[in-house]
Each structure stands twice: as structure tokens, then as C-alpha cells.
Design a protein around this ligand. Structure first.
Ligand code: SF4
Ligand code: SF4
Length: 436
């Protein structure tokens, strides 16, 4: 795994800043699972936090308006992560300086006395999904089919450059702990680990000092400081490191009695339960050497990148040579800035030659570095060989489905082979062959 001594992202002079967009483009499916049922039509007036679409099945999620305004269009929109996505476009009311006013405020005692089913329903209605990656609906993760005894709170930043979780842990330690309390109560776990990397010691200090007060109803809660390796935040690695339990190939954390929740998700659970606040905004890291000032911003879901540049909320000191939606390892290169932030967007990188290795791809020299670094003990160079030869069925024998697409193999490859592109192509082909 890759050791990260120092983050390149905004860590020292970071701050969060609220941005109110003039227009939002809100995809209906920002989560793993089925498309929610649309509840609005063009020309409808909507209020901030109003539901736009409700879950259509067990694995689905609600979507809410992130500004007050008028629905201008509902159409298919290309998105780097979601591909062809149905979106609701809302033009915000003029001079809107609105903040979310909680329709309801619950006190700690009230929350403590609530049934798990009521808490789950609030989380479901608020459209909370896993903010650390795939956007799995949180209420589904809180209704496991197997007994769970351990909750792991993931405070390990998912990729280099990204510091949004670190910022959140420092600014909202107490709220995150209240969210963790809710989750621990629902799952009835007897152990809680809060995992934080050793380059985020300020967050470690804050969690430890809050836990020291013993005011939280948390069973055996412990802050665990982990070395800042990439991909430390990957679920299966985290579970193994903390509990020595191995999630089987194709299995889920439930299978070994664990649930993993990202710190951002715990914060959103807190807001949903204490304030009925839907997931309408999140902290996003904007970094890379093209930016005059890398920063973390509190961004409304659906805000289009272009607006942030046009309004000079993001200013360039150099023209970016590459813009990446996500982190440097798993992110997707953009062809324009006409794309909206979604619930799972942790960061956007504006990179120049200083950040990039612009060498061309060459032949594999069989150095084995990709094998040594793979956190899933796979043979990435074999995937490339098999995809190039079209030997699709053999990909399964090499456990291609276990690849978490972390990008570590491509990062260390001296031949600059885009291994993850080959792996993704192999997985897509297998999926289409399985359908036929
Ligand atoms: S094969 Fe997959 S899991 Fe292994 S290093 Fe490459 S991208 Fe990561
Ligand atoms: S790291 Fe690159 S060059 Fe080395 S074995 Fe893997 S694919 Fe080949």
C-alpha cells in the first residue's frame, strides 16, 4: 500500500465556506440501487429541502431540492460518474440567501427515547447515503440481515489530496459523535472503533477529548490511529486491520459482524435525526496546483462546477491540464466543467504538469510492483494480459470482481499502463456476457 506522509490537499489553511448556487442539476439516482419515484414536474415551485423523488424499492433513496426555486427541466444529462442520468434542473429564487431552517428540532433525551424503527425512517426520509464512495442507502445498511457486533467509523480519507472528512471531523466532532450514537443504538453493537489516520492528529485529539467526557452512550468506543496508507479507507482492509476478520470474496461486512460508516455519513445521520434535515449539501475538497487557493467548501448538491469558476469561488493561478472528478487514484477525468456535485463527490482536482506524470504508456516490464502493492492480493498485470487477448472467462479465475479499483497498481506502474482502465473494461465485458 502507498504510504502518505503528508497530504497535498488543503489541510493547514483549510476552511469551509458556504456556496449558494443560482442553479442546481440534481440527478435522481446518486446512490446504489433503483431509481427513486419522481414527485415533481416542470414549472413546479419547490422549497429548500422539499422531496423531489421518493425511494421506489428497498434499495433506493430519496432526493431533495437543494435550493428553493422553480423546476426548469427534467431530462437526461451526461455525468462522469452516473453516465446518462435523469436530472431535475432547478433555477434558484433570486437573492436567495436561505439557510436550511429545521422544521423540527429534537433534544438529546427525545432522541434517546426513540425506537430504532423511527430513527431508521428519519434517515430513510432524509435521503442519507454512504458519503465515502458508492452511495449505498444508509437505512439499508442499518437494517442488516445478520447480527452485527462492531461499528467501524471510517475517518480515513479515501484518497490523497482530499481533506473534506478531516475538516468535518475537526469542525463537527460532537455532531459526528451524536450520529454515531444513533447508529450504534440502531445496530445494538457492543464495540465502536473510530479509525483515523496518523496525519490527522488534530481530529484524533478532538475525538479523544470528547469521548473522555463520557457523555455519549457509546459501547466501548475507541479512537484507533492508523498509519496513513492508501487505500486505508477501503472497507475490507479497515475491517481486517481493526478486527482481524476477513470479509470473504464476494461477501459484505455484515458477514463478519461489522458495519462501516464514513464520518460524513454519521454527520448526515445526526442532521436527519436531530433536525429532519435532508442530505442537500456536503463538504467537497477543491485542490490541485492550478488553483490559487485549494479549499473545502460546503456545497449544495447539484451545484455545477462551471458556476464555481464563473463566480470566481474557484480561481486559477495556472490553466488546469486535467480536471479530475474525485481523487487522483479513483477519480474520473472531465471533458468540461458542466457537471454537478453529487452526494458522493468528495473532491475535484485541478491539476497541472506539477501534479501529473505525462509519460506515455509502454510495455509491461514484469517488475511485479503492481502485484506487491495490490491490497486485495490480486495479479493486476494478468488482468491487462487477459483483457488484451479477450480471454474473458479467465478473468473470473483471477478474481477480477475482488478488485476495488483503488488505482494503486496503476500509480506504481513504471510502464504507465492504465491498469484500472483495463480492469474496468474487463468487468464491463464480464457483466455484459453474464446478461446474454
Ligand atoms: S488490482 Fe484493483 S485492488 Fe489491486 S491495486 Fe489494482 S485497482 Fe487496486
Ligand atoms: S507494475 Fe506495470 S510494468 Fe510492473 S508488472 Fe505491473 S503492469 Fe507490468
Amino acid at each position: 500500500m502507498l504510504r502518505i506522509e503528508e497530504e497535498k490537499g488543503p489541510q493547514k489553511n483549510f476552511y469551509t465556506q458556504k456556496v449558494l448556487p443560482q442553479k442546481v442539476v440534481i440527478p435522481l439516482s446518486q446512490h446504489t440501487g433503483s431509481l427513486p419515484k419522481l414527485l415533481v414536474k416542470v414549472k413546479d415551485k419547490v422549497k429548500l429541502g422539499e422531496i423531489l423523488a421518493e425511494p421506489s424499492s428497498f434499495i433506493s433513496s430519496a432526493i431533495h431540492a437543494s435550493v428553493s426555486g422553480e423546476v426548469k427541466d427534467i431530462r437526461i444529462y451526461n455525468h462522469p460518474v452516473l453516465k446518462k442520468a435523469k436530472v431535475v434542473i432547478i433555477s434558484a429564487e433570486k437573492n436567495s440567501s436561505e439557510r436550511f431552517e429545521p422544521p423540527y428540532i429534537r433534544g438529546e433525551e427525545q432522541v434517546k427515547n426513540m425506537e430504532s424503527s423511527e430513527l431508521i425512517s428519519l434517515i430513510r426520509n432524509s435521503g442519507v447515503v454512504g458519503l465515502g464512495g458508492a452511495g449505498f442507502p444508509t437505512y439499508v445498511k442499518l437494517s442488516p440481515s445478520k447480527k452485527v457486533d462492531t461499528l467501524i467509523v471510517n475517518g480515513c480519507e479515501c484518497e490523497p489530496y482530499l481533506t473534506c472528512d478531516y475538516r468535518l471531523m475537526i469542525e463537527h466532532t460532537e455532531s459526528i459523535l451524536k450520529g454515531i450514537e444513533v447508529i450504534a443504538k440502531i445496530l445494538q453493537v457492543n464495540k465502536v472503533y473510530i479509525a483515523i489516520e496518523d496525519n490527522k492528529l488534530e481530529a484524533v485529539k478532538r475525538f479523544n477529548s470528547k469521548l473522555h467526557t463520557k457523555k455519549y452512550a457509546l459501547p466501548s468506543a475507541e479512537v484507533v490511529v492508523l498509519k496513513s496508507f492508501y487505500p486505508q479507507g477501503a472497507e475490507k482492509q479497515l475491517i481486517y486491520r481493526l478486527t482481524r476478520r476477513k470479509v470473504p470474496s464476494g461477501g459484505l461486512p455484515f458477514d463478519v459482524g461489522c458495519v462501516v460508516q464514513n464520518v460524513g455519513t454519521c454527520f448526515s445521520v445526526y442532521e436527519a435525526v436531530y433536525f429532519n434535515k435532508p442530505l442537500i449539501e456536503r463538504i467537497v475538497t477543491f485542490a490541485g496546483s492550478a488553483l490559487e487557493e485549494p479549499k473545502n467548501l460546503l456545497i449544495r448538491i447539484g451545484t455545477v462546477l462551471e458556476e464555481l469558476v464563473e463566480r470566481e469561488i474557484l480561481k486559477f493561478k495556472k490553466e488546469p491540464e486535467k480536471v479530475i472528478f474525485g481523487g487522483p487514484m479513483m477519480g474520473i477525468a472531465l471533458d468540461s466543467l458542466d457537471y454537478p456535485i453529487i452526494k458522493t463527490t468528495s473532491g475535484v482536482l485541478f491539476l497541472t504538469g506539477e501534479d501529473l506524470d505525462l509519460r506515455e504508456e509502454s510495455n509491461c516490464i514484469k517488475c511485479g510492483r503492481c502485484v506487491d502493492i495490490c491490497p486485495m492480493n490480486l495479479l493486476p498485470l494478468e488482468f491487462v494480459r487477459l483483457v488484451k487477448k479477450g480471454l474473458w472467462s479467465e478473468l473470473k479465475e483471477f478474481y477480477i470482481s475482488d478488485c476495488i479499483e483503488c488505482g494503486s497498481c496503476a500509480f506504481v506502474c513504471p510502464a504507465k499502463i492504465p491498469l484500472v482502465n483495463y480492469i474496468k473494461a474487463g468487468k464491463e465485458k464480464l457483466k455484459s456476457l453474464n446478461k446474454t
